[in-house]
Every structure is written in C-alpha cells, then in structure tokens.
Design a protein around this ligand. Sequence first.
Ligand code: AMP
Ligand code: MG
Length: 509
Amino acid sequence: MEKKSLRSLDWVSRFLDETPGDEVIGGTSRQVPGACWSRVNPTPTSNPVLRLWSNEMADELGIEAGEDRILGGKEITKGMDPYAQRYGGHQFGNWAGQLGDGRAITLGEVDTGGKILELQLKGSGSTPYSRFSDGKAVLRSSIREFLCSEAMHHLGVPTTRALSLVTTGEDVVRDMLYDGRPAPEPGAVVCRISQSFIRFGSFQIHTISEDYETLRSLVDHTVSNHFPDNLSDTDEGLIEWLKRVADGTALMIANWMRIGFVHGVMNTDNMSIHGLTIDYGPYGWVEDFNPDWTPNTTDAGSKRYRFGHQAQVGAWNFARLLESIAPLMEEPKKLYEALEFYYETFQKYNNNMWAQKLGLDKFSEGDLKLITELTSILQSVETDMTIFFRILSSIKSPDINSLRYAFYDEATIPEHEWNDWLNKWWKRVNGKPNQEKMRQANPKYVLRNWMAQLAIDAAEKEDYSVAMEIHELLKKPYEEQSDYEDKWFKKRPEWARHRVGCSMLSCSS
Ligand code: AMP
Ligand code: MG
C-alpha cells in the first residue's frame, strides 16, 4: 500500500464532536466548568529537529518518516483540530481538582482504516490547564517517555505508544530536584499515540461538580467508540463496561509486576480507561528485587506507589472511578460487583503470571507457598530481578551456582536456602520447567534506569546513538541478542546506585 504522510492522513474528531467543550479557544490557565476539552494550538517552536522515530508506529499509521515541523508543533495541517483534554484526579490520595492536559495537545484522531488513533504532542506549550507551569517538556523526560513506551509495547505490556521525539531548539528552565536550583535544559516534544487519552480522572471531574449531563455524554462517547461491545444505558451495561476496565487495569498491573516496572505516580489522572500504561514520569525498573522500592522522590515518605503496592493502588483508583459513575446508576450498590471483579481478576492474572515466570504448566493453589518463599528469599540479599529470572529460564539443574551472576555480592548468597527452594521448584515441575514459556515471560533486557540515563547523557551532547541502540535492543527484549549481552545484560553499575535520574526521580519534567 502506498505510504501517506502526516499531511494526507484521514483526520477525524469524534471526541470534539460528541462531548461538550470550552467556548473559548486557547487562552491562559483557568477553570473550565462543564467542558471535556478546550481547543488550543501548540506553541510554535523555533527549530524543531526530528531525533527519534518509531518505524513500527509509523507503519501502523501507514506513514513515511515524519515531518519535524508538524511533530514539533510548528505547523498544523488540514484536518487537525487541536485541543487539550480537561480532567481531574486524586494525587497521592487527595482530590486535586481540575488538572487536564497542561503540557499535552491532541492534534486530532486519525482513521487508519483498521482503527482510529489519537495523536498527541507532549511538551508543546501551555493550555488552559497548564496551571502554574509552562506546558513544555525537557529532553531527559521526553527520552524516557519515548524509549519506555516503545519498550513496553515490545515487552507485551499494554501502553500508549510514541511516534517521534523532536528537539525544539529552545531551553526550558527546571528545578530538577526541587531544591531551589533551577537551570536551563534542552526542550523536546514527543508525539504519543493511543486509542484515546481518556483517564479515570476524566470522569471524576464531572461527578465532583455534579455535572451529570457532561458525565453522561463522556460515558456514552467512551463506551460507544472504545467499548463497542458494551452498552451504557442500563445499570447492567455500565457494570459490564466497568468490569472490562477492571480487567484491563488488572492485566496491565500484573504485567508491570512480571517485568519489574514501577509507574511511580499512579494518580487517578494517570490511569487510562483502556488499561494502558500512560504518563511516563518518574517511573523506574526494579533492579535488585525490592517490593518496597519507588523511584519517585516526591513519594519517598509514604511510598504509596512502591513496586509491591501497585495492585492495591489499582483497586483504590478503580474504586474512585466506580464512585464517579455511581450517579448514573439506579442502584449504585451494584458497583461493588465490579470492584470484587477487579480483585478476582488481578488474582487470576497474577497467578498466571507467576506460572509463566516459573514455567509451571498450570497454576494451582499449592503454588502460592512456593511463590511466597521465592519472593522472600529474593529479598534476603541484593539480587537482580531480571537476571535472576532470565537465567532461571534456562537452568539445567536446581543449583544456585548457575545463578551467581544475578547477585551483587556472591560471597553473601544464602546458598543453602536457595538450593532448598530450587529443589522444591524442580520437584514441582518434575525436573522439566517449561523454559520456552519462561523465556517469553522473563525478558532478557528491560529499560534499566541507568540505561535510560546513558541515553540521556549522550543526547544532551547531541549524540542520539545510545538512545537509538537501546530503542533497537528493546524491540526484541525476549531474544538473546548475544552481541549486546556484555553491554546491557548487566546489573546496575555502582555509579548509578545513587545517581539522580537512576535511583531518584522527581516529577519535574
Ligand atoms: P503528571 O504528574 O505528569 O501526571 O502531571 C500532573 C498534572 O500537571 C497534569 O495535568 C499535567 O498536565 C500538569 N503538568 C505537568 N507538567 C506540566 C508542565 N510543564 N506545564 C503545564 N502543566 C504540567
Ligand atoms: Mg499525568
């Protein structure tokens, strides 16, 4: 099929056509009651240069390598009708009021023939929802979003995607550590893509203000376009739809747990209605297996969004979504059914996930003990999660010696305990773990925090080769790729242990 360009795509605007919006176009930060969106154009940048590009995403759109003027927000083409979405959210457990796309602007929706996808620029200037900030994004956070969303896709984790990263040629001032030392950094814009960017908080904002009419039109829009097998006009229909949202959310979080991903800011405005990983900010990857770890320094006190707490937070967030739908129900009590469904579904996906990681043919209740013992012993000394499970996926006998490379300090390995556990597991799988299945569940490569940082350090010196290499590497995270092994199948180097950007990230981006 002949390739198109961004200019010749078939642009549509379902969201703008079907939900109420702001009468005013653009303008400064303000409250916009009753609206689901505000029309606003990207702020043109002085010198947009395309730096990173996803061929896979471009293929889905059916386009050739992109135009930096459009992807950098300098030009709007025919058919686009740019807007910022309005939403609210609970941040760290507290209702935060109106949030909205403060630094993201949707260019429009594209009808690819097969499906309709929304293209959004992140970092392209202020909108009515920018509150106190500038609507821009720095290069480091844009590289992290680009690389991680593409990596997650290839890891088989539901996620929004990235098409491009463009540098703007302009500096953005940020106080990276919130310690009163603001400094200029290069600016960038990522074009990200999803079936929609509707969030739990998109619904909450209307319920809080008792605007049930707008809530109703957003629910109808969401269900009819994105969940066409569901209905939104009866209690039963709404519950069935919400169960699908529960299913998507549970599946996404079980996948995060499988690969060691910590989102870092699971506020309800960062929860996609489609169960996609969205809003890559101070996320991180567990290196030594530690359920209490969070990369987000803003959350260092209570660690609400720590690795091992994500399923629970998913339930809390889902409960906030359920509350926000309650006014549309004749019998809101029925919503408990959807919450219970979330818990059951997460359990099912989680059990399945462990069965895959351990090469069991089928999970049975008795395996819970084996799994609990494993997660406990994995924490007894510093042990690399990714390396441990990857080597376990091709082990020939139940002997901890073959797993030594996963440990930070080989002298401290609790050999006895490990061999005990390995023998129990070996017995459980009759000496024949399904290693093919294990290698599909236990990636060899993930976007370790320090890998993203190396890509950033080079890019800040105008060298994008590291980012490109990591982008390529992570297109096949389950393959051996032995040429890359020495370089990237590695535990966290010592320099990264306490380095900002590797072990410590703030929301500043
Ligand atoms: P986040 O923590 O990235 O999900 O952002 C929370 C809210 O703050 C969202 O509504 C963002 O759009 C907004 N926000 C974050 N960074 C900026 C920025 N640089 N300019 C304007 N709004 C921002
Ligand atoms: Mg967000």
